[in-house]
Design a protein around this ligand. Structure first.
Ligand SMILES: [Zn+2]
Length: 173
């Protein structure tokens, strides 16, 4: 599971807005239920059964995860705890991208400030959106002629790190 480390700092703009809000928004729209909180200040919910039938995925957006209630995510190989671990890999990927985004934003701010016109808004936009720069990996898999979702590198990484785990190994962390 995701530990709360200094990396959380880089995710703050996205975590405290989209990340924490979206599971509650799904609950408000009666699409999800069972709000929760997991390690690393990750806000969670679970799709309601009627929606889960139509949308067979768990999803991490920022520091918020909405889980599918059935263990059979994408082919029925994952247990619920493996799914948790899988989604937490995505959360760590977002941390990594937002560190990159923070540094890019800092560079833009520094360069534009030195040029006499600091671009605060552009820097803020770059930092905020960097949470989803990982989606470019899904574009890349498509451009390689591979499957958009299954063959994207963040997806392959999350699957490889979670599918061999037994549920107990996760709980003892
Ligand atoms: Zn995934």
């Amino acid at each position: 599971m995701t530990k709360l480390t200094f990396m959380f700092f880089f995710t703050i703009p996205y975590s405290i807005t989209v990340g924490w809000a979206w599971p509650y928004l799904m609950i408000a729209l009666f699409l999800a239920e069972k709000p929760g909180l997991e390690n690393g200040l990750v806000v969670t919910a679970q799709w309601r059964p009627w929606f889960a039938k139509r949308f067979p995925f768990s999803m991490a957006i920022g520091r918020g995860v909405v889980y599918h209630p059935a263990p059979g995510i994408r082919g029925g190989m994952l247990t619920p705890t493996q799914t948790q671990f899988h989604e937490h890999v995505h959360i760590r990927q977002i941390e990594d991208m937002m560190l990159v985004g923070f540094l890019v934003a800092a560079a833009v701010l520094t360069v534009t400030a030195l040029a006499g016109h600091a671009e605060y808004r552009l820097a803020a936009l770059l930092w905020f959106t960097s949470a989803e720069w990982r989606l470019l990996s899904y574009v890349a898999s498509f451009l390689r002629g591979e499957r958009l979702y299954e063959d994207a590198e963040p997806e392959k990484s999350a699957r490889a790190q979670s599918e061999h785990l037994k549920p107990m190994t996760i709980f003892t962390e």
